[in-house]
Design a protein around this ligand. Sequence first.
Ligand SMILES: [Zn+2]
Length: 275
Amino acid sequence: MMRWLVPLIAAMGAGLANAQDWADVRTPAPGPPQSIGSYTAGCLQGARALPLEGPGYEVIRISRNRYWGQPVTLDFIKDLSEKVRAAGQAPLYIGDIGQPRGGPAPSGHASHQIGLDADIWFERQPGPPRPAAERENPRLRSLVVADDSGIDDSVFNQQYVTLLRLAAEMPHLDRLFVNKWIKQRLCQTVIGDRAWLNKLVVWAGHDEHFHIRLYCPPGNPQCQPQARYYSDDGCGGPLEIWFTHPPVKLPPPDAPQVPYRPKLPAACQAVLKAP
Ligand SMILES: [Zn+2]
């Protein structure tokens, strides 16, 4: 049986990306920044590295080498961090942006492939940045209680509302992913201008961090934009469904990781192979 099974699997894999190949490349591809493909099946030419710390932020889990992105993404993070600092809040923890050439990652998530996604954690560490080694496994508290029955009010407070609003109102933001409980709390409590809630898209997880996704930048013709998600604040039916028939469920933490092997645009092969 093994004799025919192995070639069959090899044939099925032809043309599909191997995430480890993308993780193994430690430098960006030369050339001007270009996002190629979609957020979940693409790559990035000419990536830039986010400085590992700056005013109002510090990169965590540096060893993952996922602090590469489009210049617009790095500027977004720097500008948001400045705003958060000006609001009197502790520095942000910046997690994964993307790999040096984008592409699929062997673990963690399906998107973050074209340099326009980034994870920002809710947890903060007041005071000056710590040595890189201490940023590998920081405490990362969730805003949702462990049995997923609601917001953890011992952690949640107004500073998170301010943070999410500052991010949602930034230029270039396409959408921002948060947990259903967080969106629900905002839907129930935000008064006055609620237009920014439109950008907060509910997704599974995203209770310890939120995820920013930027629009395809001008001059990136191979970047595939996404349709707008909500027509309004997204507090009605599109939120309710997450409590009745969740469209996406995360596998349990102990489940084996199934490698994600999307079919990438042909142009990504040159990005992967460039010297
Ligand atoms: Zn993410």
